[in-house]
Design a protein around this ligand. Sequence first.
Ligand code: TYM
Length: 337
Amino acid sequence: MSRPRVLSGVQPTGALHLGNWLGAIRNWVELQESHETFFCVVDLHAITTPHNPGKLASETLSTAALYMACGIDPSKSTIFVQSHIPAHSELCWILNCVTPLNWLERMIQFKEKAIKQGDNVSVGLLDYPVLMAADILLYDADFVPVGEDQKQHLELARNIAQQRINSRFKEVEKDLLKIPKPMIIKNGSRVMSLSDGLKKMSKSDDNDNSRINLLDPPELICKKIKRAKTDSYIGLEFGNPLRPEAENLLGMYAILSGKSNAVAQQECLEMGWGKFKPLLNDAATSALKPIQEKYKELMENRDHLNLVLKNGRIKAEQTAQKNLTRIRNALGFLPEK
Ligand code: TYM
């Protein structure tokens, strides 16, 4: 019997941070043991806000290397670059033609990013979730492992597939598109900023001290943790709505040190911040050390990385093309002869 299929991706915009790892990539690593897994570097999404053309290629390669450094194994998972497979853009266009404009205008992430862009909001930014739906629907994905912030985009992909495609276009006796389900990890799906426990840790935050990047050297991690916002209580605890920073940093500590929330809380219940922070620092630097070492090794052999992405493209393209042809046929396009 075939294994359920999983697809996910990260944008190659700047450095990947702890949120990307704990909320998404960490989950992918486990899933590759039991699922058929496709992981793409979503470079077309990375140009929906102004980007640096001199950096896009290197950041795309570096993101793929980070997937592998975090434990994505190319012999188990298909790793590829979104723009290498034109079917993503073609399906996006098809989905654009059936998606109501007001569904997109409602998207929280669009509204947040649009405010930052001022007058310079592109059609691409509005269309971001439709391209994401195309990424997922093109591969008949059963599950999409993402952080909490992507839930609304997933809901949109499901609605497009169900209400705008399957209800209108059919393959004989069969629904045209599979309806994907989000897969959101229990702990780590919403890692918050170091400088504000109520704000999501984000690549686009102007303040680099608000996040721990996966490639930050130990001294920098130490500095960022030292500066992280605290409160005036003694003892770290979960579940106190007045203490978002305690919730966030203790949660981070639990995952990074491989302890359950209960064990971590017990350990830190009477600890002041001054004692807790070095503990968090040790947990973060030791968890990131093997990733950073592996990353360095991978980046020293670009030929190998390029080969992984080429093999990934070949494999992903087979599935993508097969599904795109089915979709084109169901929509009534004249087949190529
Ligand atoms: P991106 O690059 O913004 O985020 C990549 C993944 O990291 C998760 N994430 C977080 N998780 C926990 N805490 C945080 N602070 C945090 N910040 C980010 C995101 O939820 C995401 O899972 N739109 C996607 C990229 C994408 C995609 C797809 C994903 C494009 N096509 C198809 C799945 C399937 C995104 O958020 O990228």
